[in-house]
Design a protein around this ligand. Structure first.
Ligand code: 13P
Length: 248
């Protein structure tokens, strides 16, 4: 299976800046099929722009969150069906910034993953421990608990998710997990998937947290690292293109 390099723009961008960035990415990929799958998870207001500029290109697009509800009186929420209207292939769910800043529980994250799957959108389920949890020796227990909630809820669709291991202490800090630290957790997650689905190898497990053009190669070389989830590096065309080339 091809590796997946997914960008998470977070709350960054403007119509003008997005157009410049997307043009540079498309220019960089012109004339060759990338050896890795590429996707960008963008702020919801820009989905129409991204759809119009990326359709027919090798770059897929998606959202950063999806409501756990189907429709109705949920002011400010965006439903899976709405994301489907804009041809989203992916949606992040359970990013640590949402877990921490919006109080998303494991059960809410699982419900979001299920809503996405129900309309054919691949949820990129984010798991990861805080620094305090790592220091307390709780890393494996935390990520297993987070993944277990999703497996329990989506059941036979487990092989259709993408998983992203994002240690909270590595996000936006420049303090990347070592390739060995990443591989160790990815192997734990793979074993958990193997117990839950006949097709554990179909689930791509991405690493995220200060991945950049300098450290990507050694992370992507690990046996169970099937791609990357990039924050800052997804806002710079040259960095993203370099990482896509390394993953191919
Ligand atoms: P950075 O790559 O900026 O550390 O962000 C990682 C992330 O949170 C991607 O979802």
């Amino acid at each position: 299976m091809k590796k997946l390099i997914a960008g998470n723009w977070k709350m960054n961008g403007s119509l003008a800046a997005n157009a410049t960035l997307l043009e540079a990415l498309l220019e960089g990929l012109r004339g060759s099929t990338p050896g890795a799958d590429v996707a960008l998870c963008v702020p919801a207001p820009y989905l129409a722009q991204v759809q119009s500029l990326l359709q027919g290109s090798p770059i897929a697009w998606g959202a950063q969150d999806v409501s756990p509800h189907a429709q109705g009186a949920y002011t400010g929420e965006v439903s899976a069906a709405m994301l489907q209207d804009f041809a989203c292939r992916y949606s992040l769910v359970g990013h640590s910034e949402r877990r921490q800043q919006h109080g998303e529980t494991d059960a809410v994250v699982a419900a979001k993953a299920q809503r996405a799957l129900a309309v054919g959108i691949t949820p990129i389920v984010c798991v990861g421990e805080t620094l305090a949890e790592r220091q307390a020796g709780l890393t494996e227990a935390v990520v297993k608990r987070q993944l277990a909630a999703v497996i329990h809820t989506v059941a036979h669709c487990t092989s259709e998710i993408v998983l992203a291991y994002e240690p909270v202490w590595a996000i936006g800090t420049g303090q990347t997990a070592t390739p060995q630290q990443a591989q160790q957790v990815h192997a734990v997650l793979r074993a958990q998937l193997a117990a839950a689905t006949k097709h554990p190898a179909r689930v791509r497990i991405l690493y995220g947290g200060s991945m950049n053009a300098n450290n990507a190669a050694s992370l992507l070389a690990q046996a169970d690292v099937d791609g990357g989830l990039l924050g800052g590096a997804s806002l710079k065309a040259s960095d993203l293109l370099q990482i896509v080339a390394l993953a191919g």
